[in-house]
Design a protein around this ligand. Structure first.
Ligand code: BGC
Length: 745
């Protein structure tokens, strides 16, 4: 019975699929060359035009009836009107795809992705992306340009804020989770949103951390570090991929046939859309690859870019180029087919306005449930970096609390970059959160003191004076929302403006001082910051910032976040990351002629994976199920984690692996597992991680994935510097049958 039902379902599904394909094929036979190329164009409407009040009349000079997609237009009413214009005003009535950068929430704003990565909780990332999709789709959006899965090891690059940090293993887990979250149950569910893995590839490796700059990587680093999160996103079913603005070893990514077609399409089997970045097809001219917009169209299309965002080279030149044979008709049809299929899957041919429903929009935006998830995500994203003398958590019954720093009241900053559909007035600022949390008898005084975007020092004296009279000082310091993000590279990574001087003045009062950092990248923390007894990294936490920060400050929540990226001591150390190589002269710190610096320690200020709690955790030595195994076998690594403090808390248990000897050099350790555990005071739990060939594998000299016989050291602990270790041996070498992301074509 069950089997017959299954067969019937399969038959119906394949009938539906073939009906969809028939419609797409039929449309293709009816379309002119210009109409086909139109489908490959996305109109980039400036954000200033994207508000709900937009008048469609304003758009008459835009050829919206001749394009396949529109960027930056949202709102149920607004998208409906524009869709009507297109469906009714075009010959074949092909609906538009509405695309928007839903990066960390739509109207309910969640922590920036780097913050969310500090929670090390893929399921949380999935849930957050789900809510973002529910809100955005209710506002007419079909397609987001997220997740950004670029590995970033250079905090000068302002876009570190948009990704999951420095590690491909954590990054891959979060990339896949976010893709699943945006997708949900998939169409016909109205809250299913197409996602985009971007920016393919090595955008985070921009030289000098300067945005859009060239990347020049070894093939090994590309395959081992930068490609895996994209592969994970493709495996998770991401519907689109966006090439990066940068060139890679001399080949701009928008003309990179080897990677876009050879690797992504042919080797990985990606069947979705490749959408250019904003104007990036045209940018092949300044990059020195093309003489004219006509050349750019041919180069990008033949490399494998299906749809062009913003610049109009495709619309203008592809029809002639197909006519003259410079671009193949077959490839053109394939690209158009991918666009039409996406529209068909979303159900837009049958119901073009199905995503534009005002009632659904009203009911879906900023609901109490969404805000509750934003608060949970924000709480879990906070990293406690320092807590000397257990200054935190604070009692709620303090006499006078002084809150200092303009960021404390900066609602825009709570949203961080890439949150244009978010409204600052929906956000709880840090000051509001503190005011809300303390007892009725506590006096909360606020003074701006200094601000990240002004050199002005005039507020410092008053702040210092007020600090003298306060029981506790909370200094909210860091960056404004637009000091990180796209084109926000910084060469200096200290506190901008006069904030460090403010801090020095506050330290002079010797009052209990807590520094709450708000920023989009690991800052280089000055001696003054390091002198503060308590330090909370809160990144940009979104709509519920103030509540979440206060929850942690006053102990309603025990912080559990761990850094997804290393904090350097000095800009000169960058790039600095835990998975470095040993070198022939490892820095042991006791001799000259080591791989170190003479002026600054070589180690980070705070390592990858680091984060404190209001309780403490102890780890047993790792216990192995075997110490000798064949390459096809697995080994269980068991560890007991005990809460040795007075409060319940969550610990993110991390497992790292080192291949001790191999035919190519290996990083000193690589993250290979992580798990979050909740432990009551005194409670202990045994955790087991299973390691197998995927974990032992490496790419050999010819980039063939192999397991090589020899010893491995496994480390288990609370951050990437743990020395809690054990060793096992793999007794034979073997080539792997599954190629993995980095294998050669
Ligand atoms: C960014 C992309 C973004 C696009 C559309 C570009 O400037 O690099 O990440 O998706 O704009 O807004």
């Amino acid at each position: 019975m069950l089997a017959r039902l299954l067969l019937l379902t399969l038959a119906v599904t394949s009938l539906l699929a073939s009906a969809e394909e028939d419609r797409v094929e039929q449309l293709l036979t009816q379309m002119t060359l210009e109409e086909k190329v139109g489908q490959l164009s996305q109109l980039g409407i400036q954000n200033t035009l994207s508000g709900p009040a937009i008048d469609p009349g304003e758009l008459t000079h835009f050829p919206i009836t001749q394009v396949g997609s529109v960027l930056n237009v949202y709102g149920a009413e607004h998208t409906r009107k524009m869709q009507e214009q297109v469906v009714q005003g075009s010959r074949l009535h092909i609906p538009l795809l509405f695309a928007y950068d839903v990066i960390h929430g739509f109207r309910t704003i969640f922590p920036v992705p780097l913050a969310e990565a500090s929670a090390w909780e893929p399921e949380l990332s999935r849930r957050v992306a789900r809510v973002a999709a529910i809100e955005a789709t209710a506002s007419g959006i079909h397609w987001t340009f997220a997740p950004m899965v670029d590995i970033a090891r250079d905090p000068r690059w302002g876009r570190v804020v948009e990704g999951a940090g420095e590690d491909p293993f954590l990054g891959s887990a979060l990339a896949a989770a976010r893709v699943r979250g945006f997708h949900g149950h998939g169409p016909p569910d109205l809250s299913s949103m197409m996602s985009t893995a971007k920016h393919f590839v090595a955008y985070g490796a921009a030289e000098g951390g300067r945005d859009y700059n060239v990347a020049d990587l070894s093939e090994r680093t590309l395959r081992e570090v930068y490609l895996p999160p994209f592969h994970a996103a493709v495996e998770a079913g991401v519907e689109a991929v966006m090439p990066a603005f940068n060139e890679l070893a001399g080949v701009p990514m928008h003309s990179n046939n080897a990677l876009l077609t050879g690797l992504l399409r042919n080797q990985w089997g990606f069947t979705g859309l490749v959408i250019s970045d904003f104007n990036a097809v045209w940018e092949l001219i300044p990059q020195g690859l093309a003489q004219s917009p006509a050349n750019t169209a041919q180069l990008a299309f033949n490399a494998g870019v299906d749809m062009e965002m913003a610049s109009q080279s495709y619309r203008q030149y592809l029809p002639t180029q197909v006519g003259s044979g410079q671009v193949s008709r077959q490839s053109l049809d394939d690209a158009v087919r991918r666009v039409l299929k996406a529209k068909e899957r979303l159900g837009l041919f049958d119901a073009p306005y199905r995503y534009s429903d005002e009632a659904r929009e009203k009911a879906s935006i900023l609901t109490p449930q969404h805000r509750a998830l934003a608060r949970e995500a924000a709480q879990k994203s906070i990293v406690l970096l320092k807590n000397a003398g257990s200054l935190l958590p604070l009692p709620k019954s303090l006499g006078t609390v002084l809150v200092v720093g303009s960021l404390a009241t900066d609602a825009q900053a709570t949203l961080g970059p890439w949150a244009w559909a978010g409204h600052p007035q929906d956000s709880v600022t840090v000051l509001q959160g503190i005011q809300h949390a303390v007892s009725a008898d506590t006096q909360v005084i606020y003074l701006p003191g200094a601000s990240p975007d002004s050199p002005g020092t005039q507020g410092i004296a008053a702040a210092q004076q007020a600090a003298h009279d306060a029981d506790v000082v909370i200094a909210v310091l860091g960056e404004t929302a637009d000091q990180s993000g796209e084109s926000r590279s910084r060469a200096e990574l200290g506190l901008p403006g006069a904030q460090d001087r403010l801090l020095r003045a506050l330290l002079e009062t010797r009052k209990p001082l807590i520094v709450v950092l708000m920023n989009g990248r690991p800052l280089v923390l000055s001696t003054n910051v390091q002198r503060a007894p308590a330090l909370l990294e809160t990144w940009f936490l979104g709509s519920e910032t103030g509540h979440a920060v206060a929850d942690v400050l006053f102990g309603d929540v025990n912080p559990s976040g761990k850094l997804p990226i290393t904090f350097a001591r000095s800009v000169g150390q960058i790039p600095l990351y835990y998975a470095h190589k040993n070198t022939g002269r490892p820095p042991l710190g006791d001799a000259a002629f080591e791989s170190a610096y003479i002026d600054v320690p070589w180690t980070p200020l705070y390592p990858f994976g680091f984060g404190l709690s209001y309780t403490t955790f102890a780890y047993s030595p790792p216990r192995l199920s075997t110490t000798r195994l064949a390459s096809t076998q697995t080994v269980d690594v068991e560890v007991t984690v005990t809460n040795t403090g007075q409060r319940a808390g969550d610990e993110i248990v991390q497992l790292y692996l080192r291949d001790d000897v191999a035919s190519v050099t290996r990083p000193v350790r690589l993250l290979r597992g992580f798990r979050k555990v909740h432990l009551a005071p005194g409670q202990a739990r045994h955790l087991t991680f299973t390691l197998g060939q995927e974990d032992f594998a490496l790419l050999d000299e010819r980039f063939i994935p192999v397991v090589q016989a020899g010893t491995f050291t496994v480390f288990v602990g609370g951050d990437s510097t743990t020395q809690n270790q054990a060793r096992f041996e793999v007794t034979d070498s073997r080539r792997l049958s599954t190629p993995g992301p980095g294998a050669p074509n």
